[in-house]
Design a protein around this ligand. Sequence first.
Ligand code: SF4
Ligand code: FES
Length: 212
Amino acid sequence: MVEVVRGREVTVTFDGTRCIHSRNCVLSHPDVFVPNVRGEWIRPDARPADVVLAIGRNCPSGAISVTRNDGTATSDEAPLVNTVRIRENGPLAFEAELSIRGVPQKGPRATLCRCGHSRTKPFCDGSHAAAGFTATGEPPAREFTPLESRLGPVNVEPQPNGSLKVTGNLEIVSGTGRTVNAVRQVWLCRCGQSRNKPYCDSSHKAAGFVAD
Ligand code: SF4
Ligand code: FES
């Protein structure tokens, strides 16, 4: 379900199918994203345009997109540093000039399933919580050489019944913000079974993981 709410200065688009219920929006700005209210719950005019744009940039899943009505700014600009953040007991949160299966995404942010249980793979749908998925958000750092360029296109190619193959300049960042690796190509676990998360160690085969 996609809601589009046009305010005086900005238009907010909310894609409920992408929301992972991190609640950044309703906790930081309950005047703009009003929880538990009848009628319109998105109120773009409750705060200055720059504040509403920042709410969009802080939405990890890409569910929220904010654009100035005069076209001069959007929360969907690609970042200066491509990252994937490892969320404790949760998904892989990408922020990059992102394509999935070669299809450019509308915005730079997406949370992708790494527990294996989402019904909307490759996206996270929050199933990790009900599944009781546990995985650290603080994997050990590997030795890496700093990237020559930290931006540019990143493509995620879900492998049939296997990992997420990611190609492009990408920094892998822990939940507390440590860069634990910098890669130009990597295979990330999405079955939830690897003993070397966030990396694939081929455990998906023994686990009989099935995914497109
Ligand atoms: S994922 Fe985005 S839209 Fe969903 S609760 Fe978090 S900040 Fe709000
Ligand atoms: S996808 Fe999980 S081990 Fe390969």
